[in-house]
Design a protein around this ligand. Sequence first.
Ligand SMILES: NC(=O)c1ccc[n+]([C@@H]2O[C@H](COP(=O)([O-])OP(=O)(O)OC[C@H]3O[C@@H](n4cnc5c(N)ncnc54)[C@H](OP(=O)(O)O)[C@@H]3O)[C@@H](O)[C@H]2O)c1
Length: 240
Amino acid sequence: MNNTSETRRVVVIGGTSGIGFAVAQAAAAEGSNVVVASSSRDRVDLAVRKLGDPAEGVLLDVADEAALVAFFDRIGEFDHLVYTAGEPLLLKPLADLTAEESRAFFERRFWGAVLAAKYATPKLRSGGSITLTSGAFATRPVPGASLGAGITAAVEGLTRALALELAPLRVNAVRLGAIRTELWDSTVPEPEAFLRAQGSGLPVQRVGSPEEAAAAYLYLLGNGYATGTVLTLDGGAALA
Ligand SMILES: NC(=O)c1ccc[n+]([C@@H]2O[C@H](COP(=O)([O-])OP(=O)(O)OC[C@H]3O[C@@H](n4cnc5c(N)ncnc54)[C@H](OP(=O)(O)O)[C@@H]3O)[C@@H](O)[C@H]2O)c1
């Protein structure tokens, strides 16, 4: 990374579970000070206990703009923002989606990312970066996941636009295929069977781990020449 380990601070919104937690763990292992934030007190407390000192945990609901403003005011200057916040996936055919739930589904993954980027930017030190989260649905949609496809494609467009608008701040995204995280426990009825089936159709014949996903984020944080990049990590799903 560009800053010295004394000053390097990495903020992970959605960093109390799954991919975000693995990013926080990997950044801490590299010597960064990490701040993890999410909306449930139990998850924040558990993540901080698992990360150990000097990790900080902050309660934050990304759907609340005032809370995002207060969050960035509270934490002050830092070096890298990673955004992985998202609730369980809404997987439904278009005919069954209500307008209300469709709009609400963009709240955390898309609008939260937009506002986090907006309010983080003045606090990011020179050499800093923002890394957002996309998914394989952006380019390989499946029936019943139209909102996931819309959000991920929107995040990728946002990434490219912000990489220009906020330059020389770097803005990137990771486009992930299926990763074994807590997300699936509350998204599908039989997560283990689902993940096995997803993995068996891939060239690597398994789904990814949170640690493998985290390595992609850390690469984008650390490589000062990477901006506007959407890094695909999908076990070969794009080819399958
Ligand atoms: N796992 C995969 O296969 C996969 C594949 C492609 C893309 N992705 C995307 O990657 C992102 C992370 O996924 P994951 O698998 O790591 O999910 P996860 O384990 O469920 O973690 C999601 C995180 O978001 C936080 N969060 C949820 N609502 C929030 C809110 N209103 N405000 C702040 N934080 C909130 C959760 O904490 P709280 O509950 O405490 O708020 C949690 O820390 C998601 O956007 C997901 O769609 C995942």
